[in-house]
Design a protein around this ligand. Sequence first.
Ligand SMILES: Cc1cc2nc3c(=O)[nH]c(=O)nc-3n(C[C@H](O)[C@H](O)[C@H](O)COP(=O)(O)OP(=O)(O)OC[C@H]3O[C@@H](n4cnc5c(N)ncnc54)[C@H](O)[C@@H]3O)c2cc1C
Length: 261
Amino acid sequence: MKTFNYHVPKNVKEASKLASTSSAFLAGGMTSVPSMKLGLATYKDIIDIKHIKKLSGIKVSGKTVTIGATTKHAEVANSRDVKKAIPSLTKLAGGIGDAQVRNRGTVGGSIANNDPSACYPSACMALNAIIHTNNRKIEASKFFKGMFETALKKGELIEAVEFQIPVKSNYQKHPNPASRYAIVGVYLAKHKKEVNVAVTGAKSSVYIDKDLSKALSSSFSSSAIDGMKLDSSEMNSDIHASGDFRASLVVTYAKKAVEAC
Ligand SMILES: Cc1cc2nc3c(=O)[nH]c(=O)nc-3n(C[C@H](O)[C@H](O)[C@H](O)COP(=O)(O)OP(=O)(O)OC[C@H]3O[C@@H](n4cnc5c(N)ncnc54)[C@H](O)[C@@H]3O)c2cc1C
């Protein structure tokens, strides 16, 4: 690992001021630290945001659940308030990695990293989340731009993620047996007016499957999507699963999610 400057800013303003093209924020360190150790990433400045109180915590209001950026997966998984409002979100958080990862990794780090197999981006998309940064509010549909790419600008810090409470929802994942990242993950949310089926792991970045969402918006039953064939041409193909297999997994897990609602 190369040497770097380590900063512990007192507040968001200070953290953002320290940021440059060769810096990284340190939240849980579950991605940034291994990347640095393996030489995949090198930073001049590491800006530790874990001690900024404003960035952590969970708030449930009538229509939304707002989770601070440095809130750990384990805190979400164990939150009674989140479980009552959006049980699928506690299920998602409780299924991330292992106990060590869940006790370090954070919501903000997960979505800022936008790994194509990460679980939280699918929750953001399905639950019409708003990403609050130190400068603006970004709709989830405009936040995830591509593989490991988001709408965040240099020095822009995620402060919190605001999820819309759905009528019903469920998350189903076909996990990588080693890491638990999603080979395919399907987050289904039934809102008053529409159904969103968000998919992670299948393509280069999270997306809403329009065909599944449309079919389930018309008829919210697993028979409405039974036998549906998805286009696999843009799906990931690797040692874990071919594109065709992923396409069939998306439908299978969407059906499971409907049945579990
Ligand atoms: C073994 C293992 C298994 C895992 N399994 C899963 C899984 O099953 N599902 C899943 O979804 N994830 C999984 N993860 C990912 C993990 O849960 C973390 O969410 C992820 O590694 C990044 O979060 P972090 O808080 O550790 O971020 P860090 O590693 O600290 O930071 C990652 C990146 O995000 C940026 N960043 C962090 N916080 C902010 C912020 N507030 N604003 C702007 N940018 C920010 C940093 O600059 C850095 O570039 C796994 C990780 C490991 C190591």
